[in-house]
Write a protein that binds this ligand. Structure first.
Ligand code: ADP
Ligand code: MG
Length: 223
């Protein structure tokens, strides 16, 4: 069973002349091997920073992240990149699809250098997110909710154990938010993955198995 442990993570950012702000202060967290976890907090509280640290995208100033007992940031740059490709799927608030590629090509992108049979998996994933008939379209021809469903398929293409979603419904109207959220929860639960979802919406947080909140750089458990 996979484990991801965040231990005593602090993250400082420099600003102005020789000054720095502490965005994360001694944050520790063990992710469940499967299930859903949310990180809440007001804007600027460090949610994205913490998600980036968890996903191998931002090295902490001190402390570390261990995947199955191995420190991910102690690895080489290439090793870290490979770990991230295999283990982590990312979903962003603003979808971040490539406009010049088709829906199918967007989903294939993280798999490009890995597998030959990936087209079939990508088509299957697009069917699961309800976009079977749109695979040759460009992202700009889709609604926001549909684009986010493409991004979810893209996040799953390498069959990652961990899905990190940063305010994934932040740009969507309530009806599309509901569709996207339900889809994410459904896929994660069916495939026994771990979802870490960042939100500042309490009604979304309430639907996750575990709830944490960032205040003043400190992470605490929420009821
Ligand atoms: N690369 C960076 N350089 C300097 N400051 C940063 C950087 N990234 C984030 N910050 C600062 O860290 C704080 C937390 O940012 P962020 O993690 O994006 O918060 P949230 O996602 O909760 O809104 C903010 O004050 C932000 O300005
Ligand atoms: Mg953020």
């Amino acid at each position: 069973m996979n484990t991801l442990e965040i231990k005593d993570v602090s993250k400082f950012f420099p600003f102005g002349r020789g000054r720095r702000i502490e965005v994360l202060a001694d944050v520790s967290l063990t992710l469940p091997a499967a299930g859903t976890l949310t990180i809440s907090g007001s804007s600027g509280s460090g949610k994205t920073t913490l998600l980036n640290v968890i996903g191998g995208l931002a090295q902490p100033t001190s402390g570390g992240v261990w995947w199955n007992g191995k420190s991910i940031y102690a690895d080489s740059r290439a090793g870290l990149t490979q770990w991230r490709r295999q283990t982590v799927g990312l979903v962003f608030q603003s979808y971040q699809l490539m406009p010049e590629l088709s829906v199918l090509e967007n989903v294939l992108l993280p798999a490009a250098f890995r597998r030959h049979d990936a087209s079939r998996s990508a088509a299957e994933l697009l069917e699961q997110v309800g976009l079977k008939n749109r695979i040759q379209h460009r992202p700009t021809e889709l609604s926001g909710g549909e684009q986010q469903r493409v991004a979810i398929a893209r996040a799953l293409i390498n069959n990652p154990a961990l899905i990190l979603a940063d305010e994934p419904t932040g740009n969507l109207d309530p009806a599309n938010s509901e569709v996207v959220l339900r889809l994410l929860l459904d896929l994660v639960r069916k495939q026994h993955k771990t979802l870490v979802l960042v939100t500042h919406d309490d009604s979304i947080a309430q639907r996750m198995d575990l709830r944490y909140r960032l205040i003043g750089g400190k992470l605490s458990r929420d009821l």
